[in-house]
Design a binder for this molecule. Structure first.
Ligand code: CA
Length: 223
């Protein structure tokens, strides 16, 4: 999952980026409203953490413009302001959730997990797919109840695909959602990780759709 963090406070933004990367997210950071708007309009983020008080363009305006432009990624607003009217304005501008500063990073992580899984149509934090079970709270994976040890990269790929069950995803799309802007990626990397996941989880877990990409079938799809 790839996130955009928009926060102009240098200490807080560093702390956020560290915590989110530790939690397994690819993260792009900007402290500028104008750049934020451009990135959100052009990059495929799985969620955005958006501060409201920003240089050049304020966060509320950035959010309104994204929604006007048809950008649907979930947005969690961060703000020092905790007045009810700001919360209402934020939700009306298109925010999905709200966190008042100061906050615990654990709470932000939980809120991000929730908005991301709802975007994928998952009500539960545990995603089941045939014999496979993925607990997104603990990054734990089991096959037929037996724990499987995955590397961080393997887990990120699996979690992204599992959040999009049934959807065919190209290598480009997978790359864009798993790595941040500055990552220089070999075009075969995704293929390598798909191969490793198949070895660890069973060859049937990920289907190759010739010429298009990969897919994790929804249970009941009839493989
Ligand atoms: Ca600020």
């Amino acid at each position: 999952m790839r996130l955009l963090v928009v926060e102009d406070d240098p200490d807080l933004s560093e702390q956020l980026v560290d915590a989110l990367r530790d939690a397994g997210y690819a993260v792009d950071l900007t402290g500028d409203g104008e750049e934020a708007q451009f990135l959100g309009d052009t990059e495929p983020y799985d969620a955005v953490v958006l501060d409201l008080g920003l240089p050049n363009v304020d966060g509320m305006t950035v959010l309104e413009r994204w929604r006007d432009n048809g950008r649907v990624m979930p947005v969690v607003i961060l703000t020092a302001r905790d007045r009810w009217s700001d919360k209402v304005a934020g939700f009306d501008a298109g925010a999905d959730d709200y966190l008042a500063k100061p906050f615990r990073v654990e709470e932000l992580l939980a809120r991000l997990r929730a908005v991301i899984r709802r975007t994928g149509g998952h009500a539960s934090p545990v995603i089941e797919c045939g014999p496979l079970s993925i607990d997104t709270r603990a990054s734990r994976v089991t096959v037929d109840g037996n724990p499987v040890k995955l590397t961080g990269q393997e887990y990120r790929l699996l979690a992204y695909m599992a959040h999009n069950l049934g959807k065919v995803m190209s290598r480009t799309e997978l790359t864009e959602h798993l790595y941040d802007q500055d990552f220089d990626l070999d075009s075969n990397t995704i293929e390598v990780f798909i191969g490793r996941l198949r070895r660890k989880l069973g060859a049937d877990v990920i289907e190759t759709v010739r010429g298009l990409g990969y897919r994790m079938a929804e249970p009941g799809d009839g493989e």
